[in-house]
Design a protein. Structure first.
Length: 485
């Protein structure tokens, strides 16, 4: 049957009308065509719309997948951050802030290069301690006890307790002074409140809760980065002193270098890092030693990232604390710093009220992060020396000796404030003591990390052992130079 031609009118876009068949009748933006042509047009138009709809859906799906992938990548990165970040942030405790402030005030920007140099060495040391904890399934004290006599480890634990307790007392005093400047309430009241509050919280909360709080407290340290930018540095000179090291001049210069090394690569961080690895494994349900022994390739890589980020963050903040006091106190000839209160008050007219507030709030915030680390690492050292039950996940009744050492350290720290001991001077000299003791402990860490049997066939690499050996010799040399020169 012959197809009849019907006149059917359908719309054509204005920009396509000029290309229509010249024999077609045009009127008011419409074109006439046969029914066959009309059905063909509608069919292809529907196909085109369907294809476009599928493309839009596909593009939306790909966009959502890309966004989800980015979110997952960011979420995974932050999930990796744990013991390494916490340990790195705890390194910038009020003791570290005091030491870096003194170095910047006395030496100016001449000590900035130390932050650039100490980062890779600190990362190697902390990762070696982390590897010991991950692979052996036990803390550093336990590992060292298997490589040496108990009496030697007891001497180290006793020295660690003494140094850490002085640190705790000085940190509490620094926090209380900062709180007094902000509120006007007597600092002695704050020492008691902060000390008892931190002790109760450490006993009451479980490890994963404490670790989460500590991760967020690390953000407080960015206050010192902001403060340095407020001071307005001469970046040309700053970069020169950062990348071109200059050896210290005289006894005071070497004293500052040993103090910086002692507070950056500090013994309590070694014990805390290894013990946190054990706590992480226990939190995953690996309560028995044999369940915790050994580590997969990806677990080791994840911890490398965590430790690398944590130690970079620690040295990054250290750099800006030295820079801040160099641009303010040193520039104005203020080098004889007695208290953290003096540092903060000196910053107010030189860098402004905002910088003063940031410096002060930073001391309080990082104190809450550092004191559990200091008291806890001493408790871990004693517990591992005498094979006590240990861990922040353990209930108080199940680990009384462990918690007793932690409480003792904090209570003595509180008492120090009432004995009128100058906190910032005590912190500085504690850093020097740590700088002298750390290389001896690093020798033990090297021996343990190199033992294939102890390390379950997964000893530290030759590269990391060489790096730790170098920093050990540097710390021995700096300590010797301090006493000789």
């Amino acid at each position: 049957m012959r197809q009849q031609n019907f006149q059917f009118v359908f719309p054509v876009p204005e920009h396509q009308q000029a290309g229509a068949d010249s024999t077609s009748r045009r009127f008011r933006g419409f074109v006439a065509a046969s029914e066959v042509h009309c059905h063909t047009f509608i069919h292809y138009k529907n196909l085109n719309l369907a294809w476009r709809q599928k493309q839009v859906e596909k593009d939306c799906a790909m966009s959502k997948q890309a966004a989800s992938s980015k979110r997952n990548l960011v979420r995974r990165f932050f999930s990796l951050l744990g013991p390494g970040l916490i340990t790195g942030a705890a390194d910038d405790d009020p003791s570290g802030i005091a030491t870096y402030s003194i170095a910047g005030a006395q030496m100016g920007t001449a000590m900035l290069w130390t932050a650039f140099i100490t980062w890779p060495f600190m990362a190697c040391v902390q990762f070696m301690c982390a590897r010991i904890g991950m692979v052996t399934g036990m803390g550093l004290g336990d590992a060292l006890r298997r490589k040496g006599p108990r009496w030697l480890l007891f001497g180290g634990a006793l020295g660690l307790l003494a140094a850490n307790t002085i640190n705790v007392g000085s940190d509490l005093s620094g926090m209380a002074d900062a709180a007094e400047m902000l509120s006007g309430i007597n600092s002695h009241i704050y020492v008691v409140i902060f000390g008892i509050g931190i002790a109760c919280a450490t006993i009451r909360f479980r490890y994963h809760q404490i670790a989460m709080i500590m991760k967020w407290l690390a953000a407080v340290l960015f206050a010192y980065v902001i403060t340095a930018f407020i001071a307005g540095p001469d970046w040309g000179r700053v970069l020169r002193d950062t990348f071109i090291p200059s050896l210290p001049k005289g006894h005071a210069g070497w004293e500052n270098l040993v103090a910086i090394l002692g507070t950056t690569i500090s013994p309590y961080l070694f014990f805390w890092q290894a013990s946190e690895e054990v706590e992480e494994e226990k939190a995953m349900g690996r309560r028995l030693l044999r369940q915790r022994q050994g580590a997969t390739k990806w677990e080791i890589i994840d911890r490398k990232i965590d430790v690398g980020v944590g130690t970079f963050f620690s040295n990054f903040v250290m750099y800006f604390i030295i820079l801040t006091t160099a641009l303010t106190l040193h520039k104005k000839g203020i080098s004889n710093i007695e208290t953290s209160k003096q540092v903060a008050e000196a910053l107010r007219p030189l860098a402004g009220t905002f910088a003063y507030l940031l410096y002060t709030v930073g001391i309080i915030g990082v104190g809450f992060l550092a004191i559990p680390t200091l008291a806890g690492s001493a408790a871990y050292a004693f517990a591992e020396t005498f094979s006590w039950k240990e861990g922040l996940d353990e209930p108080f009744r199940g680990a009384i000796p462990f918690y007793a050492v932690l409480i003792f350290s904090i209570l003595v720290g509180i008492a120090m404030d009432f004995l009128q001991i100058n906190p910032i001077k005590a912190l500085f000299w504690t850093a020097i003591i740590n700088g002298v003791l750390a290389p001896f402990l690093l020798v033990g860490v090297l021996i343990a990390a190199s033992d294939r049997k102890l390390m379950q066939g997964q000893p530290s690499s030759w590269l990391s052992r060489i790096a730790v050996a170098i920093i050990t010799m540097v710390m021995f040399g700096a300590a010797a130079a301090m006493f000789i020169l």
